[in-house]
Write a protein that binds this ligand. Structure first.
Ligand code: NAD
Length: 511
């Protein structure tokens, strides 16, 4: 999606270094490779991040492998106790964690706290692990024979996470992974790596033993080593579609269990009977929140029939009221984009749209902060009369740009959504329950909102898209997360009286 962090060669030497966390302590990198971490609101390099070598990844995996036998043997009640402590220590430090998100990602504090709140829900779900790991037991499956199923941890599991949720997405993964008895190696985004290191310290404070949770900072060198390392049993990935495909194909080729969540192009279908003001509020909130850098952000509004004109007018009227600014401004609702290159790429869709036949209704390049600030700001933008062949429709823009496609009927809208190569989230806005139910039945998308623009499932359901938005069988977190991080073992058991057995070379014939 966006370019990799630029090499840190031009960063002043006095900058703080974000290091690895291996075997319960901070470990400075020794590869000689590093990346720049920006303060996107100021547009300057704020820190550098060490990039792990193959040997450093191997050291983290070795620490996790060494910690696994004791961690999986730790009683469920003790692991639950530690998970409660993790939840409490993250909650107690949420403002400090949120400040790191604002500093490196750029999202405003209220949004950063919301990210942490959703992550905490996942830790709370993982606290129920004794109930979640209960197996099944069939007494007298055959005469004198009982059969039961256990779910056991996989071993060392890895998580590779994107820049847009530096705290929540790791929490989607490590809560359940650790609760199930696995040990974990996290490779966070190199663009905003500090949150992962802080989380590692909080986990240690909560009583997670050394080696159970490790962080390797870095780029594809680290990811590719995790994908081929013989001691890594499973990989959870969240990021863009091309990398998700690479992770899935490489990981599974190497015999690993992989769930790889990819990019998105989320459509919001607005039927003619919808409440236009409600739909406009939802489109603006879901399109421009976090500067559109959410995998569940609304990217495209599909307006059916004559709702298009009033809807575009209502969105346009709201745009000047969206307060863009740095996280230090208490009134700011929308921060900068992650890097200069990404901002320029997002802006390029506004430049190319008119020549392709679309109408730019609101152009974020006109925003004063885009014009005059050093930060990577772009104002909320709206492109109308978009068609499926246009760049701004085809690509995942991942910025504060809403596009509007006008169609004549529900059927045309549904075909558009179902033909799209992504299938992460979608929403329908209508007052007609029958139409909403039909959409829920028909649509080829993994997460559906009915008058809800960002239908991220609560932590006791699982999160995942269809088509190019997810490679793998199991969705992330919730019940499917528990399934992903465990494997089944079925035991068939009998305790016959000595002397009662005979030799029988056939299959059992009697029941
Ligand atoms: P990205 O794919 O560029 O990076 C994700 C991770 O992969 C990072 O840790 C990065 O270091 C690593 N990586 C990058 N290039 C690699 C390569 N060539 N080989 C191996 N590893 C590599 O994604 P991003 O820009 O950090 O995040 C934004 C993307 O993530 C968007 O496409 C967004 O839709 C997607 N996303 C999806 C979900 C979801 O749940 N489906 C959630 C959040 C973000």
């Amino acid at each position: 999606m966006t370019h990799a962090a630029e090499p840190g060669a031009h960063a002043p030497a006095h900058l703080e270094r974000v290091v690895h966390w291996i075997d319960g302590r901070r470990v400075p990198g020794s590869s000689g490779r590093s990346g720049s971490v920006y303060d996107p609101a100021a547009g300057r390099v704020a820190r550098t991040v060490d990039f792990a070598s193959v040997e450093e990844v191997d050291a983290a995996v070795a620490a996790a492998a060494a910690a696994f036998p004791a961690w999986r043997a730790t009683s469920l009640s003790r692991r639950t106790d530690i998970l409660f402590r993790i939840r409490n220590v993250v909650e107690a430090n949420r403002r400090e964690l949120a400040a790191l998100l604002t500093a490196e990602h750029g999202k405003v504090p209220s949004d950063a706290l919301g990210e942490i709140a959703r992550g905490l829900e996942n830790l709370e779900f993982a606290c129920g692990v004794p109930n979640l790991l209960k197996g099944g037991y069939s007494e007298q499956a055959s005469t004198g024979i009982d059969v039961y199923q256990l779910r056991q941890p996989l071993g060392v599991v890895a998580g590779v996470t994107p820049f847009n949720f530096p705290a929540m997405v790791p929490m989607w993964m490590f809560g359940n992974a650790l609760a199930c008895g696995n040990t974990f190696v996290l490779k966070p985004s190199e663009k905003d790596p500090s949150a992962s290191l802080f989380l590692a310290e909080l986990l240690a404070e909560a009583g997670v033993p050394a080696g159970v949770f490790n962080v390797v900072q870095g780029d594809r060198v680290a990811v590719d080593r995790l994908l081929e390392h013989p001691d890594v049993a499973a990989v959870s990935f969240v990021g863009s579609t091309p990398i998700a495909r690479h992770v899935y194909e490489t990981g599974t080729r190497n015999g690993k269990r992989v769930q790889a969540l990819g990019g998105a192009k989320n459509h919001m279908l607005v039927l003619p009977d919808a409440d236009v003001e409600m739909a406009a509020d939802a489109a603006v909130s879901a399109g421009y929140g976090s500067s559109g850098e959410r995998c569940m952000a609304i990217a495209t509004i599909v307006a059916v029939g004559d709702v298009a004109d009033p809807l575009v007018a209502a969105i346009r009227a709201r745009i000047p009221r969206v307060k863009v600014g740095p996280g230090s401004d208490p009134e700011a609702q929308m921060g900068p984009l992650i890097t200069q290159q990404h901002m320029e790429k997002v802006a390029s869709y506004l430049a190319s749209a008119p020549a392709q036949g679309a109408t730019v209704v609101a152009d974020g390049r006109d925003h004063p902060l885009h014009r005059s600030s050093e930060g990577f700001f772009l104002g909320p933008s709206l492109i109308d009369h978009v068609g499926p062949g246009m760049d701004c429709y085809r690509d995942e823009i991942f910025g504060p740009v809403l596009t509007v496609v006008r169609v004549d009927s529900y059927g045309e809208a549904l075909r558009l959504i179902n033909d799209n190569p992504y299938g992460n989230g979608t929403a329908i806005f209508t007052r007609d329950g029958g139409a909403a139910r039909r959409f829920q039945f028909d649509v080829h998308v993994g997460m559906v909102g009915i008058n809800v623009p960002i239908p991220v499932p609560v932590a006791y359901y699982s999160f995942g898209g269809w088509k190019g938005s997810l490679f793998g069988d199991l969705h992330m977190y919730g019940p499917e997360g528990i399934q992903f991080y465990t494997r089944a073992k079925v035991v068939t058991s009998r305790w016959p009286d000595p002397g009662s057995s005979t030799v029988d070379l056939g299959f059992p014939r009697t029941r």
